[in-house]
Design a protein around this ligand. Structure first.
Ligand code: PA5
Length: 478
């Protein structure tokens, strides 16, 4: 039987669609909305952004564009390793943070049962899965309360091999494993890190850990389609080749030089023009619980990539759009009031799903109460779709920019498409803003302060800087 992602018709039936009607003046009014002419009038900068992305792709920090194509060998290794892990362990735990955690969480949430860990083993057909992306001691203790380290494989993921949070988690877990399992401890750790830099690669070699490499040109938040995300996904039984096929399909669509045929470039252009108009908040609102953590992943991608103090020529610009995550319909009952009536400073991205993986009819009942019985005979599917459409109307009536990304269904192919689409949109937006989307100097400050306070070698100067900062006054603490 042929693989479905090799079938052209099937792929076309799974193509994501961008509906940008509600970014246009004819739908949301002249004050907020744009015209197609606005896009054409900015052809110069849009073409420049397009050309820069095409020029840089596959090079320097744009190595992520090649991940759908250049991982044949590593994918085979990942699938073989995952098979062993699935056979030998009951729990699979990712230790990582930021780009080394959000992707695995998002894909797990999207492509596994929403209550995966609570399912009986024969229905899960994969280990229980946890991603530990914090150093909250209560959370670490809670994890240790529910797993048996002897039946667990820990995947320590850190590109830099130096992130304090991840290394602290590693030290805790390695200690427990060594105490419990002695020489067998190293069979319970798989590392995913840079081949060339950092401490984890040295530790991995010394301890004899199975190790996967994160290519140098792939930064944390662009790494989900590398071994960072592929190993956890494969352990969970997700078809990672199909995910990569979805990313490759979207790559070709987003390489179209005609802006009105290239959804990532067009959306980046709309977001750029929106920022120019002071719309500095980007709300990501999927209407599917399975896509809830895609919004978290997007928030990091959009925030860390675009939130920059300086442009490419070193001039202060303080650009970026604050990403906010919301979940439809849940957050209609908590955030939409603000979005329709508060400051008109947001652009909302809805993610819609054409066909959910379950259909739940709403049965008859409460016949004597028309305000309830109107729901009868419909499905929860119709209800969630209708509420999304209704929210689109509500925002549009109020002159609030919004657009919708449609997924025909949630599967590995469409998730590959979606991840890659947002990565490409971010790359184009970075070029439109003329900033470096691939560094994160603002994160470094906090890291250095932590190192200095905890006494890491080489941070004496930084300690002086901290000591020179005004001491907090008790009178200002109530
Ligand atoms: O996008 C990034 O580069 C960061 O968010 C990193 O993913 C995060 O800081 C974790 O870094 P590392 O993978 O090196 O531990």
């Amino acid at each position: 039987m042929g693989l479905r992602y090799n079938n052209r018709k099937w792929k076309e039936s799974m193509r994501l669609r961008l509906d940008y009607n509600n970014m246009l003046a004819e739908f949301v009014g002249k004050d907020a909305g744009f015209t197609k002419k606005n896009i054409r009038d900015n052809a110069n900068i849009i073409d420049t952004a397009y050309n820069l992305v095409q020029l840089k792709r596959g090079r320097l920090m744009m190595g992520w564009t090649e991940l759908p194509y250049n991982q044949e060998e590593v994918v085979a290794d990942i699938i073989a390793t995952a098979k062993e892990v699935r056979k030998s362990c009951d729990y699979f735990v990712v230790l990582g943070i930021g780009g080394s955690a959000l992707g695995p969480m998002a894909v797990f949430n999207a492509l596994c049962n929403l209550h995966h860990n609570e399912l009986p083993k024969f229905r899960r057909r994969a280990p229980k899965f946890y991603v530990e992306d914090n150093v909250d001691p209560e959370r670490m203790q809670a994890l240790l309360d529910v797993i048996d380290p002897a039946k667990t494989v820990f995947n320590v993921i850190t590109k830099s091999g130096a992130t304090s949070e991840t290394m602290a988690q590693y030290l805790v877990i390695n200690n427990i494993l060594k105490e419990k399992l002695g020489d067998e401890a190293n069979k319970h750790i798989i590392t995913t890190t840079s081949e060339l830099k950092g401490n984890l690669i040295k530790i991995s070699k010394d301890e004899g850990y199975k190790t996967f490499y994160i290519p140098e040109g792939v930064g944390g938040r662009f790494s989900e389609l590398s071994p960072v995300g592929l190993l956890p996904a494969a352990v969970l039984g997700i078809d990672i080749k199909e995910m990569l096929a979805g990313a490759a399909y979207m790559d070709r669509i987003c390489a179209n030089e005609k802006v009105f045929k290239n959804p990532a470039l067009l959306l980046a252009a709309f977001q750029y023009l929106s920022m120019e108009k002071g719309k500095n908040i980007s709300v990501m609102m999927p209407y599917a619980d399975g896509l809830k953590l895609i919004a978290d992943w997007y928030c990091q991608l959009w925030a860390e990539s675009l939130g920059k103090a300086k442009d490419n020529s070193g001039l202060p610009v303080h650009r970026g759009q604050t990403p906010v995550k919301a979940l439809g319909v849940t957050d209609q009952h908590s955030q939409i009031q603000l979005y329709t009536e508060g400051p008109n400073d947001k652009v909302t991205t809805f993610i819609a799903v054409d066909n959910y993986r379950a259909t739940v009819p709403i049965p008859n009942g409460c016949e004597s109460i028309p305000d309830v019985s109107f729901l009868c005979g419909h499905t929860m599917n119709e209800l969630i779709q209708t509420e999304r459409t209704a929210t689109e109307y509500a925002l549009s009536f109020a002159g609030r920019l919004n657009h919708t990304i449609y997924l025909p269904e949630i599967n590995p192919f469409t998730i590959g498409e979606l991840l890659y689409f947002f990565e490409m949109e971010t790359a184009y937006a970075g070029e439109l803003l003329s900033i470096n989307a691939y560094d994160q100097p603002g994160v470094e400050e906090g890291k250095q302060a932590t190192y200095a306070i905890l006494g890491k070698n080489g941070y004496d100067e930084y300690r002086k800087k901290l000591n020179a900062f005004p001491r907090k006054k008790d009178e200002n603490i109530l």
